[in-house]
Design a protein. Structure first.
Length: 618
């Protein structure tokens, strides 16, 4: 009762099915819910580019920072346009998985599902770890507690999302918009210093003095580009959650995708330009963005306000995954590739099982990598760009099959997107494989194999459970057989008396009841046998000696041998006398032999194990 009350307080009262429409969200709420991951990536994406370029002595490659930012913005435009088309063609949601299942088949769809699973998991881990890093940049004394802060924020995210989509969107909407305003305020403040106050530019290596282009140089630039592509994660989330929009769902999802891409491109371009102009370099203990904000506003009230908003949006970016992965798992569960219960909505009309799985898996990942953003980033981008490639390839097949007006243009856009994102996947694999990308390369095939195993299991279960009218009649007309009832007895008690009474109620004249007592002490065994003969002489008591003081094994052996002597249609029912304590902690004072027996007996398909409870009142 106490747990139920606490659950109601934290999560809220259950919602009726008819309230599902009220849980759908308009565009202005959908933007922060689905785009916080992509928008927040300006907090770590440009920095990951700078970290790689600054690793070269004398900063001879730092001049490539700007061209890499421009390349990422162009790629963002292509991918956003492609996903707008995915929404239009597949308005039912499911994103890359749904469109791939429709046009490419099972294997590409499951690869997309596995890639998105890995991507969403890393989205939460990177976002929360980056948020903590932003906070510790402003308040360095919090650094020793960064892992505790990560887990605490993760639990808060889970609880907020378990309350339902509408309440979660209300909670997250304003911090996201304030963050967007803060970023544009930073950009405008920088432009004011450059174009009005005429603040001189910092010194940076120019293209003419940069290192000559060779294999090593190209590898560094490509690795920086691959790191920077983490700024595009979350672009696909809207396509996965189309069904969460208010009507018209398709139109609202496409418009939200366009707005998100425009805001992200503007922020990446503006902040990237300022980082180059002021020659901001990575500094240990500080984020690149915090150094830029300090350069523009100095370390005053505005600096701390923007840092706090940066921290909040990085934390809230994890919410994109909480609204992307559970719906994706629900689609896969309906198809039978993940456990069926992921398709069920919880008490608050959300996919609570998916939310809880995401929280648990992310907690393990954060602890394993000690909340280190740079290490987690090494795993990033492969999953999301692999899903990008599969989705756009599926769109090419769609246009070729449907051939609407101007289909060659649409196929060309998606084809270009597929080629470019496939190149990004290859670049990431080549440049980040030894830094941890190999984990994702290994994880995706393992997940696909697990998906197939689950699907095969469901197919096997379906084949065994399917029942036709003729099969039903044949089965029911067969001899019903006898009921063989076995009652394990430690000593005659009121709980045993209730079990015997129930056994007599469900048994007939031809049925058989056995009382079984397992003993290790001869004197006590003889005493129990004599007492039983006085109480219930009509029911045979089987005495089993257990020299090794085991209880369940001798009983299992007895039932196993009994199964060999009965008819195929006979059913063995094991009735376990059990008393239930009034208070939960009282259970710790008693052994759980009845529970253990039930677990052990599950292996026997033709043995029914039932509990006859006796409740204590004090």
């Amino acid at each position: 009762m106490m747990f139920k009350t606490l659950s109601r307080y934290l999560i809220g009262k259950p919602l009726e099915n008819k309230q599902l429409e009220n849980e759908r969200i308009p565009k202005w709420k959908a933007l922060p819910i689905f785009s916080s991951d992509a928008l927040s990536s300006v907090g770590y994406g440009p920095e990951q580019i700078a970290l790689v370029l600054a690793s070269v002595p004398a900063l001879e490659l730092y001049s490539y920072f700007g061209p890499i930012i421009i390349a990422i913005i162009i790629l963002l435009a292509v991918v956003a346009l492609s996903y707008a088309q995915v929404v239009k063609v597949n308005p039912g949601g499911g994103g890359s998985y749904g469109i791939a299942m429709k046009y490419l088949g099972v294997y590409p769809a499951l690869i997309a599902g596995a890639a998105l699973f890995a991507d969403y998991l890393l989205t939460v881990a990177v976002s929360i770890s980056s948020g903590t890093e932003a906070l510790t940049s402003a308040f360095p004394f919090l650094m020793p507690y960064h892992l505790h802060m990560d887990i605490a924020v993760l639990l808060v995210m889970m609880l907020v999302n378990l309350r339902g989509t509408r309440e979660a969107s209300t909670f997250f909407v304003w911090p996201t918009y304030i963050f967007i305003i803060s970023m544009f305020m930073t950009i405008l403040g920088g432009f004011y210093q450059i174009f009005v106050l005429q603040v001189p530019a910092g010194t940076v290596a120019s293209a003419s003095t940069a290192m000559p282009m060779n294999a090593f140089t190209m590898l560094i630039i490509l690795r920086a580009f691959a790191n920077g592509c983490s700024s595009m994660t979350g672009v696909e989330a809207i396509a996965n959650g189309v069904t969460m929009f208010k009507e018209p769902q398709e139109s609202n999802a496409i418009k939200t995708t366009a707005i998100m891409a425009a805001i992200l491109a503007s922020m990446l371009g503006g902040l990237g330009y300022l980082i180059i102009y002021f020659h901001i370099l990575p500094t240990e203990g500080y984020t690149l963005l915090s150094l830029l904000i300090e350069e523009i506003f100095s370390r005053g009230l505005i600096f701390y306000f923007i840092q706090i908003m940066m921290m909040l949006i990085l934390y809230l970016a994890a919410n994109t995954a909480y609204n992307g992965l559970p719906p994706l798992l629900s689609f896969m569960a309906v198809d039978g590739y993940v456990p069926r219960y992921f398709a069920n909505r919880g008490e608050r009309l959300n996919y609570s099982n998916g939310i809880e799985l995401l929280t648990l898996a992310t907690a393990i990942l954060i602890i394993a990598f000690d909340g280190n953003v740079e290490h987690l980033i090494s795993l990033y981008a492969i999953g999301v760009f692999l899903s990008f490639t599969i989705a756009q390839s599926a769109m090419v097949v769609h246009w070729h099959k449907s051939k609407p007006r101007n289909w060659q243009l649409y196929a060309g856009i998606n084809g270009l997107g597929a080629v470019v994102t496939a190149c990004v996947v290859i670049i990431v694999l080549l440049t980040k494989f030894i830094y941890g990308a190999w984990i994702i390369v290994l994880l995706i095939p393992i997940l696909v194999k697990i998906f197939f195993k689950i699907h095969h299991h469901y197919n096997d279960v379906r084949e065994q459970l399917v029942l036709t009218p003729n099969e039903y009649k044949t089965f029911m007309h067969a001899s019903l057989g006898r009921s063989i009832i076995v009652i394990p007895i430690a000593s005659p008690t009121q709980a045993v008396a209730r079990a015997i009474r129930y056994a007599k109620t469900i048994s007939g004249d031809e049925d058989k009841i056995y009382a079984v007592h397992v003993y290790s002490d001869d004197a006590r065994g003889l005493k129990i046998q004599k007492l039983w003969q006085e109480l219930e002489p009509d029911i045979e008591m089987i005495m089993i000696q257990s020299p090794y003081r085991q209880l369940t094994d001798p009983l299992i052996d007895f039932i196993t041998n009994l199964r060999k002597t009965i008819h195929a249609n006979d059913i063995i029912t094991v009735l376990v006398p059990e008393f239930e304590t009034k208070k939960l902690w009282h259970r710790l004072l008693h052994n759980q032999s009845g529970w253990i027996l039930r677990i052990r007996m599950l292996q026997f398909l033709d043995v029914v194990v039932s509990t006859v409870p006796l409740k204590f009142t004090r």
